[in-house]
Design a protein around this ligand. Structure first.
Ligand code: C2E
Ligand code: MG
Ligand code: MG
Ligand code: MG
Length: 277
């Protein structure tokens, strides 16, 4: 009867899940105004030369100032992709990050700026023209910009746009390398300048399997003449393992956390001047 029906309905209703759905719905709805108002901004995480311990680059990572909090990509990148707003968000990140990189270069720091691209951005036919326009408007040299593309079907399906971007002179990096099913033959035919090895291998080290992947990825990159960056360096042990395996570039909380531009400006100012690579 009714009682049993009622009980079954209640069993299906999960308040935690409903609250999460509502939050996602509200965040998606708030996004257009937030984009208009400039509430999205990049934080920057330094990338280091592990030998000299100097900052050689920075990765722009999107943040959203929302309701007195600073939200991380985990809270909004999926929503932006599902609601078709990722291209606007991505363009805003590129624009803000390029402007900041120009400021650092004017202060004498020869940094490479890395910016993450969504597969949706790669699918936009005018992406190369948009990037070229941003470089022109901001004055950032193309060679100082690295675009990070995740290792996924996107790489397979967007050879033309990746070639066009490389044709402008920007560097292409494969992000989260080792998490997808890379077709190494396809990768080696693309104008890839850099592989960013996913954090999971350092997390799993020192298991023999993870160390094997770390060692062979480094050798693969050396043979293909591709730079390799180890992501997720959290401890002195992580750093030692990687340097022992011949890694020379790294990124992780042990070295520096993502931070607002002014914090990175202070880090850069503290570096001994000159001899920037
Ligand atoms: P990603 O591109 O792989 O960026 C690195 C992520 O790892 C960042 O998370 C960073 O804070 C985190 N991380 C860095 N070092 C460490 C470490 O030592 N330990 C741990 N546990 N984590 C570390 P974040 O900022 O939350 O970004 C997450 C992801 O969101 C990024 O992963 C990227 O895929 C995506 N994302 C961020 N900004 C953008 C953007 O502007 N556009 C697009 N399309 N995606 C973005
Ligand atoms: Mg990245
Ligand atoms: Mg990554
Ligand atoms: Mg990623």
């Amino acid at each position: 009867g009714w009682a049993r029906h009622d009980r079954r309905d209640r069993a299906c209703y999960d308040p935690a899940r409903a609250a999460a759905d509502l939050r996602r719905h509200r965040l998606t709805g708030a996004m257009p105004t937030a984009l208009d108002r400039g509430d999205f901004m990049p934080h920057f995480q330094p990338i280091y030369d592990l030998r000299s311990r100097r900052i050689t680059g920075v990765e722009a990572l999107a943040r959203w100032r929302h309701g007195g909090q600073v939200l991380s990509p985990h809270d909004f990148i999926d929503l932006a992709e599902q609601s078709g707003q990722i291209c606007r968000l991505g363009r805003s990140m590129l624009d803000q990050a390029c402007r900041q990189a120009v400021i650092w270069r004017e202060q004498g720091h020869r940094l490479t700026l890395s910016v993450n691209l969504s597969p949706h951005q790669l699918a936009e036919p005018d992406l190369p023209a948009t990037v070229a326009g941003l470089l022109h408007d901001t004055g950032l040299p193309a060679a100082a910009l690295q675009l990070e593309i995740t290792e996924s079907a996107a790489v397979e399906h967007h050879h033309q746009v990746i070639n066009d971007l490389a044709g402008i002179g920007v560097q292409i990096a494969i992000d989260d390398f080792g998490t997808g099913y890379s077709n190494l033959a396809a990768l080696s035919r693309l104008p890839v300048r850099c592989l960013k090895l996913d954090q999971q291998f350092i997390r799993q080290a020192p298991t023999a399997q993870a160390v094997t992947v770390l060692r062979h990825t480094r050798l693969l990159c050396q043979d293909l003449d591709i730079e390799v960056i180890a992501e997720g360096i959290e401890s002195a042990g992580d750093e030692r393992l990687l340097t022992d395996l011949g890694y020379t570039r790294g990124q992780g909380f042990r070295l520096a956390r993502p931070a607002p531009a002014h914090t990175v400006t202070q880090l850069l100012a503290r570096q001994a001047p000159g001899a920037d690579p």
